[in-house]
Design a protein around this ligand. Structure first.
Ligand code: ATP
Length: 346
């Protein structure tokens, strides 16, 4: 039987010209960003680009030097964290070690009940809500344990349960999967996607892992040194990166990039065709430098005409060996062109 739906409302978040400096460090250099209501928005970017600062600003744990933050229709720029209907889950989960799982999950609700005896949640309501959330996250059998008796993945689920039991209209997760091993990460990622779908709340997640970002997000935000480099659907950013930075950051193996007569051109390793003679394609001559067997094909690393390397992903067919001369044809519609300042041309 599926657990009962926990009702959440979903809030839109809007940042306009948000700036934040720490001494000489510009963490946010004028962030303009809209996080759609009900989206699973993933903020991704290299270390130090300002991801956590954005999340802390939305939560109210950090105050911007300038700019406006709206949650729903409200300007919350100068509101305290408690006045924002936002819950944030941290990297280290920060569970109370002396409390059981049930105690950890119900903590916020019990506090609310004590502060507001009349309209706060009643004991029976707290039980039901904790039960519902435990069922949603598969924690029913662990309610009596203490954090020290849980695995990393279980601790993460308790932290999530504690956050969603209060039904925030906005849930913020800072690198929620970083403490998990690769196998657990994959299932935890699926769990977050499912949870988001079932809750219907706006969920914002920060990661530095571009693969994770591409596979999890309904709305993707790539940050570069304190500003938003591009935001949109993962598909849009992958297929039509707005700049060389976004092009190089998203995708694994990364996009091939070459200088070509004053321009930079880029193409994905899966878009280069070896031994193709199509007329509507850019031919690039190369020499095979190394080949890596991947099970269903080869990753072929070649030296390109400009002396740089290019990588082509291919399936089956003729086996290539180092030293082979090859011609890579890249269909013109799959070519990305960037100007001298790195922005996309056409
Ligand atoms: P990471 O992926 O490494 O966690 P991030 O993208 O989340 O990085 P932030 O933590 O937002 O980056 O930091 C942005 C910049 O601001 C960094 O250069 C960081 O050193 C700096 N910074 C953040 N918080 C503080 C602080 N409290 N004091 C001083 N500098 C800070």
């Amino acid at each position: 039987t599926s657990p009962p739906r926990t009702t959440h409302t979903a809030a839109q978040v809007e940042l306009a010209g948000v700036t934040r400096t720490f001494g000489a460090v510009v963490a946010l250099a004028g962030v303009d960003l809209t996080i759609p209501a009900g989206s699973l928005t993933v903020i991704v970017g290299p270390s130090g680009c300002g991801k956590s600062t954005i999340l802390r600003t939305i939560a109210g744990l950090d105050s911007p030097d300038g700019g406006v933050l709206r949650i729903g229709a409200d300007d919350v720029t100068s509101r305290s964290p408690g006045e924002r209907d936002v819950t944030m889950v941290f990297q280290d989960y920060a569970l109370f070690p002396h409390m059981t799982v049930e105690g950890n999950i119900s903590f916020g609700l019990r506090l609310q009940a004590r502060h507001d005896r009349r309209s706060g949640p009643k004991r029976e309501q707290i039980r039901t809500r904790v039960g519902d959330v435990a069922a949603l996250l598969g924690l029913e059998d662990l309610l009596g344990r203490r954090p020290a008796q849980l695995s990393g993945g279980q601790r993460q689920r308790v932290a999530l349960a504690r956050a969603i039991v209060r039904r925030p209209s906005l849930l913020l997760l800072d690198e929620p999967l970083s403490a998990l091993d690769p196998q657990l990460r994959a299932s935890a990622r699926a769990e977050i996607i499912r949870l988001h779908r079932e809750l219907g709340t706006t969920l914002v997640l920060v990661t530095h892992d571009q693969q994770e970002a591409l596979s999890t997000a309904t709305h993707l935000v790539v940050m570069e040194r304190g500003v938003v480099a591009q935001s949109g659907s993962p598909d849009e950013l992958y297929r039509r990166p707005a700049s060389e930075f976004v092009a190089a950051f998203l995708g694994s193996p990364p996009m091939n990039l070459h200088d070509r007569g004053g321009l930079r051109i880029g193409w994905r390793p899966t878009d280069g065709q070896l031994e193709s003679r199509s007329a509507d394609a850019l031919p690039i001559e190369g020499v095979v430098e190394s080949c890596e067997y991947t099970g269903d094909g080869q990753h072929v690393r070649c030296t390109g005409p400009d002396g740089g390397f290019m990588l082509v992903q291919r399936e089956g067919e003729r086996w290539l060996v180092p030293g082979d001369s090859v011609r890579v044809a890249v269909p013109t519609e799959r070519l990305h062109r960037f100007g001298p300042d790195g922005t996309r041309l056409s």
